[in-house]
Write a protein that binds this ligand. Structure first.
Ligand code: ATP
Length: 213
């Protein structure tokens, strides 16, 4: 029996946000009948060496990108707390805010294969489901610990997300878009246009503020 449309949670640096994030989020929203997708930019990334644009710029670009998509919501909770951007803390705070709505942590296959280095990674499923999408160039090759988590929690169908608040892992196929923020930053540095890889409004914001040059 369905409880309520799940909320998708999409964490990242979004440095900058691009169509790989946005198109994938839209397809997941439609395929999984999510009530909304919350984009959660991190303050200081825990699993990357550095960010290139400030948190304020990354947030502003996300707000521009999500402005016309009513199911997309920009959630700045990691930017307003003074602790490392651990996803487990974000999920705990979302669970408090939405005690009876399923949460689905959305991520690309590149992020999922590295899950065992995340802080308290085995507890993520206490607070949310995990939905993994294919990302070009990253095969879903998991180590033994992650494989046993997958064996125990894998869902056969998206309907499983609505039946419980948390605890399932769904592997979902979306249109493969080989776009990354790294590619866009490299193009800008080389004085090449990144047009059609990201929203025009985000590209204009980058130009106005002379980011990534
Ligand atoms: P960078 O190139 O700077 O490492 P990125 O493009 O990978 O950045 P992030 O903000 O680090 O973007 O990614 C956040 C989340 O979005 C991760 O779960 C990642 O797997 C996912 N993601 C990013 N790009 C894509 C894409 N093209 N297709 C599917 N998922 C993606």
């Amino acid at each position: 029996m369905s409880i309520c449309a799940p909320i998708g949670v999409w964490g990242g640096t979004f440095d900058p946000v691009h169509f790989g994030h946005l198109r994938t989020a839209l397809e997941l929203c439609q395929q999984l009948k999510l009530g909304q997708v919350r984009f959660v930019p991190c303050q200081q990334p825990v699993h990357k060496d550095r960010v290139y644009a400030t948190a304020e710029h990354r947030l502003a670009m996300l707000q521009l990108a999500c402005a016309e998509q009513s199911a997309f919501y920009v959630d700045d909770r990691e930017l307003t707390r003074n602790t490392p951007s651990f996803m487990i803390d974000t999920l705990i705070s979302l669970r408090k805010e939405f005690p009876s709505i399923p949460l689905a942590l959305l991520m690309g296959s590149d992020a999922f294969v590295n899950l065992p280095v995340w802080h308290r990674w085995q507890q993520l499923l206490h607070y949310a489901h995990i939905v993994v999408v294919n990302r070009p160039g990253y095969r879903l090759e998991v180590g033994s610990k992650l494989q046993s988590m997958l064996d125990k929690h894998k869902l056969d169908h998206a309907n499983g997300l609505g039946r419980q608040l948390a605890g399932g892992i769904l592997i979902q196929t979306t249109t493969a878009l080989d776009i990354s923020a790294t590619l866009i930053r490299n193009q800008l540095r080389a004085n090449l246009s990144p047009r059609f890889l990201l929203p025009d409004a985000v590209q204009a914001y980058i130009q106005t503020h002379q980011l990534y040059s």
